[in-house]
Every structure is written in structure tokens, then in C-alpha cells.
Design a binder for this molecule. Structure first.
Ligand code: NDP
Length: 401
């Protein structure tokens, strides 16, 4: 059918590459391009060794440079660009897609490198330009954001007249055996969890101190875990796109060892993004920390256990109150056996491939900039079952107080 240009060669990109190569009827060709070309070449070798009909090429690119990106897109002529580099590159890649009239898919919203504040305003500002260019930008097609938004659209379409409360629960019951490591890019992960928490109530943001709100939840196939309320980017778009919603909260599980290490690193200044001068050179403490922590890509073989991520809804159908919980369970070792990555990269990479497939096959193609919940969820939901992230429904869930 067509060609995807995959930008980035990290944990998530590796899963996207494997999944596109499994789905070679849609992805007849892919080009993997990243800052470090040797990582792209290693990915190409890995998928070719397994056997695929997809033609794989690689390239070097600095995705901070619109000029380099435009030259690459003009040379490779992809139908869609899948951005699985870092959120800092979202706008340059969107600019390059505009210049070349190429569809765009990502998994995380733009974040300026120096402010640690993620929101959609920068990318939503491209709506008119994408409409005029006749191209589609699909934002946040990972798991959360991503599948969580599709779950919301599905609940709205099939089960509710009005959704009043949404709780998104992200549980990682995996154990990698290290005292401290992050499951995806440490810099992005630590920026996310050390920020203030927030949720949406009656159309307003309510801010909390970091990790101020804690709950305990008994997750199917994982067990009882502590979870904490975090700010999360999909709250912003869901508050606009889910009709009648009164409150949306996001909770993520953390173990005590992770939190104690994080507190200590914070207390000594290692999580700061303010540059300091060390031996005559400017360094950002958090970037230095990233360099000494285990590479998330190396966690695959050692992580055991499961993730359980989903949404609990409370609302009304035909005048009656109703609750509904939909979630996916993913096994770290099963992911590793299939694609050589742990479940956090897997649960992000599979929906990125599916999002690109939705755009390429025309099912989700509409000029403009869209979040996943703005499209018909049904074909995406079918693809989740088909491509490795089947979902489970519970019509009488335990609610979060
Ligand atoms: P990694 O750090 O493992 O990989 C990032 C890749 O991007 C690396 O290969 C890196 O290159 C490349 N890169 C960085 N800067 C540039 C640049 N200027 N030009 C070209 N390539 C560059 O991150 P992950 O794979 O864990 O995460 C990828 C994305 O997925 C992130 O945006 C993250 O926020 C998002 N994500 C989304 C989730 C969701 O559910 N929606 C969940 C988890 C992650 P190099 O190898 O040279 O360092």
C-alpha cells in the first residue's frame, strides 16, 4: 500500500518498526531515520533477520532541523511520517510535513526543552495550516495519550449518552530488578512525574502538589498497587471532546523504591533542567542523570510482570446511571519474546503503527490537526485486538473514590 518514514530509533521506534514489518500489506516500505544512524541500521538488521516483506531503508537526520527533514522527506517520499523521536522535535517535524504536504502521526505533545510544560496549544496552532495544505496530523497515538482517548470515544459512541467522570488508570506491575530505572526516556519520564499534579473538574484545571493524591487499586492480573494522581496531556483534549464530562483524572502506579530514589535525586538537584557549569562546560543535571541511568531499551530482557492500562467511566445511558471499565493487559516477557522490547514501549509502539495505518488506509484521513478521540474509534479498536493489544470490558468495576 504505502511508505512510512519513522523518525527516532529508541524503545518505542523499535516496536513501531517491528509492527510495520509484521503489517507489510499496509507498510510495503519503511525508512527509519534518527540522529544516530547505527541504531537505525541495527533495527533494520533485526527485522530483516526475522523475515519481512516490507522494504526497509535507513537514514541519518537531525530532527531539530526543518531543512534536513524536508530534504529527507523529499528524497524518501513517504505517505506518512511517524514521529517517535522526542516531544521537543514535534514542531520541526510538523513544519517539514507542511512544507512537503505529508501526513503526520506522533505519540506525545510538544514540550519546549527549557520549560517542562506540556500542552497542546503549540500543535493545535497548526490546525488551519494543515487544513489548507490538505494533510492530516494525528496527535498522541500511543497508549496514554492514544488508546485511552480511543477508549473514551468508544465508550461515548456505544455505551453512554453522557459521560460524567473518567478515571484513567495506568498500572505498570513490571519489575526490572534495578533499584531505580525508568521504562521510557528518563528525561521525559522524570519531567512528567516531578511536575505538579492536576485534573479537570467542571471545565477548570485543579492543581495539586506532585504525588499529593494517592489511591490504592486492585488491578486485574496485577494485584493491589499504590497509584498517584498526575497531570497528563490527554486530559486537555478529552475535556473538549467528550460531551458533558465533569471530571477527568489520571493515575499512575509507582513503587516505594522508585519514589524514594526520585525524592533523593530531586533533593540533591539531579532532576533540575536548569543548566549548571561543570568544569567549564554547561550541563543540564537531568540530562546527565539520563546518561548514568540504565537505557530503557536494555530493560526488555529483565522485566517481568504485566501492565494494566484503561479507563473507568461513570455516566448516564437512557436516563440510568451506568459504569464501565475498559483496559488492556500486556505481559512484559511476551512483548520481549515478540519484538525484543518491554511492555511500556510495546503499548506505545503498537498504537503508533495503528494510527499511521488509519491515516494511510484513509479511515482516519481528514485535513487538519486532530486528537485520536475525534475519529471513529471502531476500526482502531478492531486493530488493537488484531495487532497485540486486546481489550477487556467490565460493566461493574470498583470505582476510585
Ligand atoms: P528514546 O529516548 O528511547 O528514543 C528517542 C529517539 O529519538 C532516539 O533514537 C533518539 O536518538 C531520537 N532523537 C532524539 N533527538 C533527536 C533529533 N534531534 N533528531 C533525530 N532523532 C532524535 O525514547 P522512547 O522511544 O522511549 O520514546 C519516544 C517517544 O514516545 C517520546 O516522545 C515519548 O514521550 C513517547 N512516549 C509516549 C507514550 C504514550 O503512551 N503516548 C509512552 C511512552 C513514550 P539517539 O538514539 O541518537 O539518542
Amino acid at each position: 500500500m504505502g511508505k512510512a518514514l519513522i523518525i527516532g530509533a529508541g524503545g518505542v521506534a523499535s516496536v513501531v518498526v517491528h509492527k510495520c514489518c509484521q503489517n507489510s500489506a499496509v507498510f510495503t516500505e519503511i525508512c527509519i531515520a534518527s540522529r544516530t544512524k547505527s541504531k537505525c541500521d541495527a533495527l533494520k538488521e533485526a527485522v530483516e533477520k526475522k523475515g519481512t516483506k516490507t522494504v526497509v531503508t535507513t537514514a541519518q537526520v537531525d530532527a531539530n532541523s526543518v531543512e534536513q527533514l524536508v530534504a529527507l522527506i523529499e528524497r524518501e517520499k513517504p505517505d506518512v511520517v511517524i514521529n517517535v523521536a522526542l516531544p521537543y522535535q514535534d514542531l520541526t517535524i510538523m513544519d517539514a510535513c507542511l512544507a512537503t504536504k505529508t501526513d503526520y502521526v506522533d505519540t506525545a505533545n510538544y514540550e519546549p526543552e527549557d520549560t517542562a510544560k506540556f500542552e497542546y496549544k503549540w500543535q493545535w496552532a497548526y490546525r488551519e495550516k494543515f487544513e489548507k495544505a490538505g494533510i492530516t496530523a494525528l496527535l498522541g497515538s500511543g497508549f496514554d495519550p492514544g488508546v485511552t482517548g480511543v477508549f473514551c470515544a468508544y465508550a461515548q459512541k456505544h455505551y453512554f449518552d453522557e459521560i460524567h467522570y473518567i478515571d484513567i488508570l495506568d498500572c505498570n506491575g513490571g519489575d526490572h530488578g534495578y533499584p531505580f530505572a525508568t521504562n521510557f526516556n528518563p528525561e521525559i519520564n522524570i519531567r512528567e512525574v516531578s511536575a505538579k499534579g492536576s485534573y479537570i473538574e467542571n471545565g477548570e484545571w485543579v492543581e495539586t502538589e506532585p504525588m499529593e493524591i494517592k489511591r490504592v487499586y486492585n488491578f486485574d492480573q496485577v494485584g493491589e498497587k499504590d497509584m498517584y494522581l498526575l497531570h497528563h496531556e490527554e486530559l486537555e483534549s478529552l475535556a473538549l471532546n467528550i460531551r458533558g464530562v465533569k471530571r477527568i483524572r489520571f493515575f499512575m502506579t509507582f513503587g516505594q523504591s522508585y519514589l524514594t530514589h526520585l525524592k533523593c535525586l530531586e533533593n540533591v538537584g539531579m532532576t533540575s533542567i536548569e543548566p549548571i557549569v561543570y568544569e567549564g562546560k554547561e550541563i543540564v543535571p537531568l540530562q546527565f542523570l539520563k546518561a548514568v541511568l540504565p537505557d530503557p531499551a536494555s530493560l526488555g530482557p529483565r522485566t517481568v510482570g504485566k501492565t494494566n492500562i484503561g479507563c473507568i467511566f461513570q455516566g448516564v445511558k437512557d436516563g440510568k446511571e451506568k459504569t464501565y471499565y475498559i483496559y488492556n493487559i500486556c505481559d512484559h516477557q511476551a512483548c520481549y519474546r515478540e519484538v525484543g522490547s518491554q511492555a511500556v514501549s510495546y503499548t506505545t509502539g503498537v498504537p503508533a503503527m495503528i494510527g499511521a495505518m488509519m491515516v494511510m488506509t484513509g479511515k482516519w484521513k481528514k485535513p487538519g490537526v486532530y486528537n485520536v478521540e475525534e475519529f471513529d474509534p471502531d476500526p482502531f479498536m478492531d486493530a488493537l485486538n488484531e495487532w497485540g493489544l486486546p481489550w477487556i470490558e467490565d460493566f461493574h468495576p470498583t470505582l476510585v473514590d
